[in-house]
Structures are given as C-alpha cells and as structure tokens.
Write a protein that binds this ligand. Structure first.
Ligand code: HEC
Length: 264
C-alpha cells in the first residue's frame, strides 16, 4: 500500500515535471497543410515527394515501423493491397522499391538468411535495436516516425517547425555536447543535427525545387499520412453519410406531405 502511494507520488511528480518541461518550447508555426480540417485531403504528389525525403534522409536513423512497402501502392486488388494508399505507386513500382532492401528471414532448414524485400514486408529498421541506435546517436534515441505526427501536440505544425527551426544558440545559452539549438524542441536542445539543411539535398523525381521548406513540408505531409493512412477514406465516408441523410430527409418530408394530404 505504502509503496503504491509512493510510486504514484513519484509518477505524479514526473508527469508534472514533463508537463512543465513541455511548456518551455516555442509555439509551432501554423502551416497551411492541405490535409487539415474536416474536408482536407492529402495530395498525392506531395506524399510521393515526402516519401523521397524520408527514404533519402530520415531513414538512415529513423524507422517507420507501421509501414509496409505495399502500403505505398494505389487502390488495387489482391493481397498486396493491405490498406488503401494515397501514394498511388503501381504494383511494379512497389516491387522494384522493395527489392532495393534486404530483410532477415528463415530458410527451409530454419537457418537465418537475408532476402530481398517484397510488398508485404515492413520497411527495414536502420538499427538492430535501441542500444545500437543510441550508440550511433550520442546516447539519444531516434524515435520511430510512424506515429510521431499523431503523438506530438500540434502534430504536423510541430514537426515542420522542428525541421525548419534550427538556429544559432542565443548569447549565453550553453549547448550540450552533440546537441543542437532548436527552440521548438522541449528544452531547446536536440540531439538530432539539422537533417534538412541544403537546397537540392534531395532530387525530386517530379522536378520540384527542393528548398529546405519544401522538403520539410513534404516529409511532414508524408509522416502525417503514415500516422493516419485511412483519414481520407474516413472523411470521404463522412461526406457520403451526410449526403445520404440529406436525401433521406427530403424523401421523408415529401412522403409525409403525401400521406397527410387527404387528412383535413
Ligand atoms: C543522423 C540521424 C538522424 C537523421 C538523419 C534524422 N534524425 Fe530525427 N532524430 C534523431 C535523433 C537522435 C533524435 C532524438 C533527439 C533527442 O531526443 O534529442 C531525433 C528526433 C526526431 C524527432 C522527434 C522530436 C520529438 O519531439 O521527440 C522527429 C520528429 C524527427 N527526428 C524527424 C526527422 C525527420 C523528418 C528526418 C528526415 C528529414 C530526420 N528526423 C532525420 C536522429 C536523426
């Protein structure tokens, strides 16, 4: 009994501490993302560019564990269509993309092997485990990015602001070793070096000019989609339901008038 009280007290203190620590970050910029709001939708070209940024820049440190290669395929039939996707890659494009990666498996004799990935495989993680990830990143852990937009307050605005928010530390602010000044991060210092820093760092296959802001915008949209890939379907269903209810109301109104027409 005593112990539970004590541990709840400590937990309470920790929660409070985190809450206070979180208030010191700068309020994120407000970005006009196409997918915001009840009628907002993702833009396919933006998602495809965002994936190119993730793949070429972020994937070397961050896993995106909820995503399978097949999730990038457009609407289609068959087992590769795990859920509807807005990236709209063809089946062949997905297969070619997956084949660029190796995944661990077990052969017929039960021995561990590596084979080329296919559409049903998840994106391979950059590190085998958390310890290895921390060892490579100065003790900090690069979190899985599948849910980060949903998990953080002000989700997409925060991620965009963080990516574009690196600055020179103000006079008098001491920066820890391996840390970087970023006022949008809780505490103002982050162990991730500015990942998007140079125009043209990524070569977009659609020819869009890859400014830092553009890359940050696109990758944030992609991560928002990854954390909620059914959001467009859900919104569309909402609109259909509203339309159906409207039509039904009109039909009901007209039939009521007919039925009661003879009653004087
Ligand atoms: C060289 C490795 C590296 C690369 C490349 C990298 N990151 Fe990070 N990232 C980290 C580390 C380490 C942390 C943890 C930082 C900390 O806790 O101080 C982190 C943290 C984050 C966070 C979490 C912030 C929070 O609120 O906890 C986000 C979001 C993020 N990175 C996004 C990205 C995106 C998007 C890219 C690609 C454009 C990217 N990162 C590229 C190493 C990296």
């Amino acid at each position: 009994m005593k112990r539970t009280l004590l541990s709840s007290f400590i937990l309470g203190l920790v929660t409070l501490g985190t809450a206070i620590a979180n208030t010191d970050a700068k309020h994120p910029k407000e970005i006009n993302f196409s997918f915001k709001g009840s009628f907002g939708t993702f833009k396919r070209a933006e998602l495809q560019r965002g994936f190119e940024v993730y793949k070429n820049v972020c994937a070397s440190c961050h896993a995106i564990d909820h995503l399978r290669f097949g999730n990038l395929q457009g609407k289609g039939k068959g087992i590769h269509e795990i859920r509807e996707s807005n990236l709209g890659l063809t089946k062949d494009e997905v297969a070619a993309l997956a084949a660029e990666y190796k995944v661990p498996d077990i052969n017929g004799d039960g021995e561990p092997i590596e084979r080329k990935a296919t559409a049903v495989d998840k994106f391979p993680k950059p590190y085998p485990n958390q310890k290895a990830a921390r060892a490579a990143n100065n003790g900090a852990y690069p979190p899985d990015l599948s849910m980060v937009v949903k998990a953080r307050k002000f989700g997409p605005d925060y991620v965009y602001s963080l990516l574009t928010g690196y600055e020179k530390a103000p006079e008098g602010v001491e920066i820890g070793e391996g840390r970087h000044y970023n006022p949008y991060f809780s505490g103002g210092q982050i162990s991730m070096a500015q990942p998007l820093h140079t125009e043209g760092q990524v070569t977009y296959s659609d020819g869009t000019k890859a400014t830092v802001e553009q890359m940050a915008h696109d990758v944030t949209a992609f991560l928002a989609w990854a954390s909620e890939p059914e959001s467009d379907d859900r919104k569309q269903m909402g609109i259909k339901v509203m339309f159906y209810l409207l039509i039904m109301s009109i039909v009901m109104y007209l039939s009521k008038r007919r039925i009661w027409a003879d009653v004087k």
